[in-house]
Design a protein around this ligand. Sequence first.
Ligand SMILES: Nc1nc2c(c(=O)[nH]1)N[C@H]1C(S)=C(S)[C@@H](COP(=O)(O)O)O[C@H]1N2
Ligand SMILES: [Mo]
Length: 320
Amino acid sequence: MNIIRKRSWEMPERLATPEAAFLNRRAFLAGAAGAGAILSGVAMPRPAFAEGDPSAGLYPAARNDAYVIEREITPERLTSRYNNFYEFGSHKQIASAAQALKIRPWEVRIDGLCDNPQTIAIDDLLKKMKLEERLYRHRCVEAWSMAVPWTGFPLADLVSLAGPKAGAKYLRMETFLDPDVASGQRADWYPWPYVEGLTLAEATNELAFMVTGVYGKPLAKQYGAPLRLAVPWKYGFKSIKSIVRFSFTEERPQSFWEQIAASEYGFWANVNPQVPHPRWSQAREQLLATGEHVPTRLFNGYGEQVAGLYKGLEGENLYM
Ligand SMILES: Nc1nc2c(c(=O)[nH]1)N[C@H]1C(S)=C(S)[C@@H](COP(=O)(O)O)O[C@H]1N2
Ligand SMILES: [Mo]
């Protein structure tokens, strides 16, 4: 039997699972038992991406030098084995379980208040978009962070494909729902499927990025293949994985974590070191790469691009 030892870069349990702490004791114990069962099978190396992925020829894409960072890229061997993907378990070692996800065929539905509602196969969507690589920081609400070379296309390009109508104010995004494949979705105390949302101004900001690859290859399943979001100025839970549906709405969508604990995980969730989470400080973050603790920056260092989005919204709970 293989035993996963705690690595230096892992959080103490108390920091690593705050999102689970709201759970009642029975639910929490049920989740922990499931985690043990999955953990015992994790130690074999896994393919970095699905064998025979039809999009493999699109990678690597040219790097866009407008999006580089001062931090070193976090090694793939770390980011591919430390993932938040509650569909496959409420702990970080879900990479093995996530390989059960079928990512072809994969259809994406675009609906709601838009001129061109459609259902499009992921490979047809990829053909319409120009892929590029961007180096982004990623700051989890749990106070760990990484730096990743994502490949993908601007979310703004998907928004213009859809053609939002004048009344559309928000973009709602939804993850797949398949409890047969995703054991976490059999835990019915969570409001599945995972949902996230952005204002249209946020969704069309240059930084909002649809991710289809990482480390110069198609996205491995544990990162949220075949299509996930990266909004690097917000806490990581906003960057929804394995998206199957985009809806343009007039009403603000209620996201997954907001439904569970609105006072801890709000709609805006912009990174701010001066606004603590109700149960811990956000002043610093631990780098997944080295275990080092460094100061967290306002908007995760992306204020130049995004601060303007929040003018006139000062009354909102922007940093929670
Ligand atoms: N569908 C879905 N998307 C999700 C999550 C999740 O549990 N389910 N976790 C979020 C959180 S809390 C973080 S920090 C990032 C983690 O992305 P990574 O595993 O690629 O590091 O995914 C986000 N997107
Ligand atoms: Mo997170």
